[in-house]
Write a protein that binds this ligand. Structure first.
Ligand SMILES: C[S@@+](CC[C@H](N)C(=O)[O-])C[C@H]1O[C@@H](n2cnc3c(N)ncnc32)[C@H](O)[C@@H]1O
Length: 283
C-alpha cells in the first residue's frame, strides 16, 4: 500500500490520532523525555502533506494545548502495559489504537499478541508509513480495521485473540465517557471476552466540552462544517463508573491523576482530585 496525501485523515475522529502523534513526536525530541517514540515523527511528517498550511497550524496549536496532560498520560499507559507484561500477560488490546507504536517501541516478547483496533481509514494511513519506515514489531501485531460501535468482537477473535488467556485492554482517549451507551457496549463485550486476571483501565475525567481546546478540536474534526453538530463524548459526572464496573465483574481501584503524575515531575496537575484512573481486574 502506498501512502499518499489522500490517505491522510484530515477530518473525522481518525484525525485526532494525528494530534496525539504530534504530541509523542514532540516528547521524543526532549532530552528529559518520558518515553521514546521515533515513529511518531514519521507519522507527523507524512500527515503534514495532507493538510493545507493553515489547517496544519491549527492541528499543531490544538496539540500544543493538550500536550502537558496527554504526554504524561502516554507514559502512565506505558507503565501500565509494562506492569501487565511483567506479570505475564501476553495479550494487549488497544481500543482506538490510532498511531500507537507500542508493538514496536516497547519490545513486547515475541509470543505477545498486540491487537490494534481502529477505523479502516486510520490504518489506510498508518500501515504504509510503517512499511516505508521499515518498522518491525517485536511481537505478533494484529491490525483490526473495525468500528467499535459495530461488531468488532468477531474480527478480534478471528485475528487470534484467545478468551482463555488474560488480556490488558487499553482505552486511551477513545471511549471518552462510559456514560455513553456505545462505550458501555464496548466494555460489556470486552468483559465477556476477558478471562480472570484481565486488566482494564478506565479514565475518570471531568472536562468542559465548551473549553477552547475542545471547541477547536470539534471544528477541526468536522472540517469546519457543521461544527456544532460534531459531538465529543463527555463524561457524565453523576455516572459511577467504578460501581458499574464492579457490577460487571471487575475489582476496581481508583488513583487520582495528581498521585499518578507526581513522580514524573511535569506541570500536569489537575485542580479536581476526582479526576484520575480506575484500574480494574477481572474477577
Ligand atoms: C484521540 S485518538 C487516540 C489514539 C491512540 N489511542 C493514541 O493515544 O494515540 C482516538 C482514536 O480512536 C479512534 N476511534 C474513534 N472512534 C472509533 C470507533 N467508533 N471505532 C474505532 N476507532 C475509533 C480514532 O480513529 C482515533 O484513532
Amino acid at each position: 500500500m502506498t501512502e499518499t496525501a489522500s490517505n491522510v485523515p484530515v477530518e473525522g475522529v481518525a484525525m485526532t490520532a494525528i494530534g496525539v502523534a504530534v504530541i509523542r513526536a514532540r516528547e521524543t525530541e526532549r532530552a528529559d523525555r518520558l518515553y521514546d517514540d521515533p515513529l511518531a515523527r514519521a507519522f507527523v511528517d507524512a500527515a503534514r502533506k495532507g493538510f493545507a498550511a493553515e489547517r496544519w497550524a491549527r492541528v499543531l496549536a490544538v496539540a500544543d494545548q493538550f500536550y502537558e496532560g496527554r504526554t504524561v498520560g502516554v507514559r502512565l499507559v506505558d507503565d501500565r502495559i509494562g506492569t501487565a507484561l511483567d506479570a505475564g500477560i501476553r495479550q494487549i488490546v488497544l481500543l482506538g489504537a490510532g498511531l500507537d507504536t507500542r508493538a514496536f517501541r516497547m519490545g513486547p516478547p515475541p509470543e505477545t499478541g498486540v491487537f490494534e483496533i481502529d477505523l479502516p481509514e486510520l490504518f489506510a494511513f498508518k500501515e504504509p508509513v510503517l512499511d516505508r519506515a521499515g518498522a518491525v514489531p517485536t511481537c505478533q501485531r494484529r491490525v483490526i480495521g473495525a468500528d467499535l460501535r459495530q461488531d468488532w468482537r468477531n474480527a478480534l477473535l478471528s485475528s487470534g485473540f484467545r478468551t482463555d488467556l488474560p488480556a490488558c485492554w487499553v482505552d486511551e482517549g477513545t471511549l471518552g465517557s462510559l456514560a455513553q451507551e456505545w462505550s458501555q457496549r464496548v466494555v460489556v463485550t470486552l468483559t465477556e471476552l476477558s478471562s480472570p486476571g484481565s486488566l482494564f483501565g478506565a479514565a475518570r475525567l471531568i472536562a468542559d466540552p465548551d473549553s477552547t481546546p475542545y471547541r477547536e478540536l470539534r471544528r477541526l474534526m468536522a472540517g469546519d462544517a457543521a461544527a456544532d453538530a460534531t459531538r465529543i463524548d463527555m463524561p457524565d459526572p453523576d455516572f459511577d463508573v467504578e460501581q458499574w464496573l464492579t457490577g460487571l465483574g471487575w475489582n476496581t481501584e481508583f488513583r487520582s491523576w495528581n498521585d499518578m503524575v507526581a513522580p514524573l515531575g511535569r506541570p500536569a496537575t489537575h485542580p479536581d482530585p476526582r479526576v484520575g484512573a480506575i484500574a480494574a481486574m477481572r474477577r
